[in-house]
Design a protein around this ligand. Structure first.
Ligand code: ATP
Length: 205
């Protein structure tokens, strides 16, 4: 008999957690992706759409009725209170979607691994709602290289983004399992498979 215990997956910027999540998914896990859900939170038809237009006004709408994300971003960029209001609309929605989707998957396929891919897993308290936690880490120099290659930002800007987050050593202290992504993509896949198999075994116990 399987019990409902999602896996929390996290890691700092450019650690490789999206790559790990994709591998988990390719091996059959259900992955709830917090970033992806929040990217779609303001789409037409969501409860967040209605609340955001109700709160900020119809001037944030584009002619086709969609929310002008650039306009919203420019409002909250210079107004911390507006940012808190927007977060207060989006975060509970993301949480609700993660829970509802995961519970549905569990009721349909109780033996399927359920993974919550949440960049701020520890910072936002999601870690208290999951079974095991998995942290992906990588050396700072590698993360900088990967951010520069991917986003075209400067090394200094990449370093600032890394330093704005909870340090890896703190995440590692809190994690049940760690995937150190300091080698090739093949090595990452091998280690991720070990972790995946161990998580499946734990489910069977
Ligand atoms: P973010 O939090 O910034 O979205 P992330 O932690 O999800 O990043 P990924 O998107 O998986 O990280 O990886 C960041 C970039 O580094 C990607 O372009 C990915 O292909 C590359 N990458 C990840 N691991 C390796 C590796 N071991 N070797 C080479 N490239 C890698």
């Amino acid at each position: 008999m399987s019990t409902y215990a999602p896996i929390g997956l996290t890691g700092g910027i450019a650690s490789g957690k999206t790559t790990v999540a994709q591998l988990f998914r390719s091996w059959g896990a259900f992955v709830a992706d917090a970033d992806d859900i929040s990217r779609h939170a303001l789409d037409v038809g969501t409860p967040c759409y209605e609340q955001t237009v109700g709160t900020f006004g119809r001037h944030i709408l584009l002619p086709d009725g969609a929310i002008d994300r650039k306009k919203v971003a420019s409002i909250v960029f210079s107004d911390p209170e507006a940012l808190a209001v927007l977060n207060g609309i989006i975060h509970p929605y993301v949480h609700e979607v993660i829970l509802t989707d995961s519970e549905r998957v569990f009721s349909e396929t109780p033996r399927r691994l359920i993974v919550w891919d949440v960049p701020l897993l520890f910072e936002t308290g999601y870690d208290r709602e999951v079974g095991k936690t998995v942290v992906v880490t990588a050396r700072q120099s590698l993360r900088i290289q990967r951010i520069v290659a991917r986003d075209g930002s400067t090394k200094a800007a990449a370093l600032r983004r890394i330093r704005a987050q909870m340090p890896d050593r703190e995440k590692v202290k809190r994690a049940d399992m760690v995937i150190r992504n300091n080698g090739s993509l093949e090595e990452l896949e091998t280690r991720t498979r070990e972790v995946f198999d161990e998580l499946l075994e734990t489910m069977d116990r």
